[in-house]
Design a protein around this ligand. Structure first.
Ligand code: NAG
Ligand code: NAG
Length: 465
């Protein structure tokens, strides 16, 4: 990247880092600083998701120190921009927006959009009617699979201290004009990808003006999809990558093949990530499964195969590998990168593979220990992201998913439908989400981030008039 572009970032990153420290995997939506803004201003920019910090959390107060000094730790916040349209009064009774020191310096306000609650919104939710969107695959098409209640589609995420810009799919598409948006990750990201296709589709008067460029239908078996929105000359893509680092196989003396995970090598699909304007990454759930969790003869670094390795440490190293790749290959003046934080699963009485269930839940949980839970892997993600040069935005969605025990397919996922047995299922899906549903809110937060946070320099041209 040109050194001219780097300079402002050098100053901005420490600020961002402090600001966004609280974000983690799912929720942090870091925002890019205006690279053209003076460093002081850059410091006061708050990210939706999270901000990567180069500095320790309890670094000296930024506003009183020269730019290189680390800014004070801030919650992941979005600037409350004048662009927020006047919208109906917020449900709760939010006090005036919180003013932070940095904000005062910049004359703006900030708000942690991940600190909030689900409010019932019968009028404006869901964003698309159940059973109308052809891009919801069978596994998430709960209504079509026989789920009788629909209350889970009628909740809207509302930050406690501010309002999100009113969701506008037409405007979202306009902001993506001429660009590529790509989600990269596991099936949870495919879940989010399908949601995004569905909510953007609602903005098309003629629904045939979007299509998969190869004619593929979305299935679990395929690892790459490209949807083109003809009238906006933009694409929304999905690339499957369970770990973001490279999966491989090795052969033992008996010539049996065994899977391995090269935690210091970026995933092969990374060749597709380059040159994309908006990237949304995740990885998480696979780190708790079978061989990955056991870590026996599975993790490799260089040529070394570890006989036994801790999966949490492996996750940390894998994310660092990802972070290095982003820092080296992506330019903050050209692209926005999100990392979506961990999405909470709600299994009762067992795990995903041992009879855990979540059927019969028709309301979110509003209290209890689950609401405050924040997995150690999110702390790791925050730590890794805050050490990056690139200001990754943390979509800090973990907490908002904590509430939603009612949002999973449970017995109304694909297997149930295929087998024609609606309820007596051994395995329930309490990890993914019915659509319409919870991932719609994640995409609204991406929209909010793009609206409220400064854009990469090279976008201004297109967006600011
Ligand atoms: C993300 O949200 C959790 C609460 O669920 C909070 O503890 C954490 O600090 C947040 N992270 C960031 C970077 O804002
Ligand atoms: C949504 O965005 C479009 C394009 O920017 C704009 O023309 C339209 O008025 C917006 N709709 C609402 C309800 O704000």
């Amino acid at each position: 990247m040109p050194s001219a572009a780097l300079l402002p970032w050098r100053l901005a990153v420490p600020l961002l880092a402090l600001i966004s420290v609280p974000f983690l995997l799912p929720l942090a939506l870091p925002f890019l600083l205006r690279s053209s803004a003076p460093s002081r201003q850059a410091l006061s920019v708050h990210r939706l998701d999270w901000i990567p910090s180069l500095v320790p959390l309890n670094a000296p107060d930024q506003s009183t120190t020269p730019p290189p000094a680390p800014p004070p730790p801030l919650a992941s916040t979005l600037p409350v921009a004048p662009t927020s349209p006047p919208s109906p009064p917020p449900p709760a009774s939010p006090p005036p927006l919180e003013m932070g020191r940095d904000d005062e310096a910049a004359g703006g306000t900030t708000c942690d959009v991940y600190d909030g609650e689900w409010v019932r919104d019968e009028e404006a939710r869901p964003l698309y009617a159940p059973e109308t969107c052809p891009y919801v695959d069978e596994a998430y098409a709960c209504a079509s699979n026989g789920r009788p209640d629909a209350g889970y589609t009628r909740w809207r995420w509302a930050p406690r201290r501010c309002r999100l810009p009113r969701f506008n799919a037409t405007d979202f598409l306009a902001r993506l004009r001429g660009k590529r948006l790509m989600l990269i990750g596991d099936s949870m990201n495919r879940n989010q990808f399908e949601s995004l296709l569905c909510i953007l589709r609602e903005a098309l008067p003629d629904k045939t003006r979007m299509f998969e460029t190869h004619g593929y239908r979305i299935t679990k078996g395929r690892g790459y999809f490209v949807f083109k929105f003809v009238d906006y000359d933009c694409t929304v893509e999905f690339v499957r990558s369970h770990f973001l680092v490279r999966e491989g196989v090795r052969y033992n003396r008996q010539r049996n093949s065994n899977p391995i995970l090269q935690i210091d090598g970026i995933d092969k699909t990374a060749t597709r990530w380059r040159k994309v304007d908006v990237l949304v990454f995740n990885t998480g759930h696979w780190w708790t499964h079978g061989k990955t969790a056991r870590g026996k003869n599975y993790y490799m670094e260089g040529k070394t195969l570890y006989p036994q390795f801790d999966s949490t440490e492996a996750y940390r190293r894998a994310l660092k590998t990802w972070a290095r790749w982003i820092d080296k290959n992506m330019d903050p003046a050209k692209s926005v990168v999100f990392y979506r934080g961990y999405s909470t699963a709600h299994f009762r009485g067992g795990e995903w593979d041992s009879g855990g269930s979540c059927n019969g839940e028709t309301e979110p949980t509003f209290r209890g220990a689950v609401i405050g839970s924040y997995p150690p892997k999110m702390r790791i993600a925050e730590e890794v992201i805050s050490g990056m040069r690139f200001p990754v935005r943390l979509l800090n969605v973990t907490k908002l998913t904590n509430f939603r025990k009612d949002g999973h397919p449970s017995v109304y996922g694909k297997a149930a439908a295929a087998a024609g047995r609606k309820v007596s299922r051994r395995k329930q899906d309490c990890s993914h989400w019915c659509l319409p549903g919870v991932p719609d809110a994640w995409n609204e937060l991406i929209y909010a981030s793009l609206v409220m946070d400064p854009k990469p320099r090279s976008w201004k041209h297109h967006l600011d008039h």
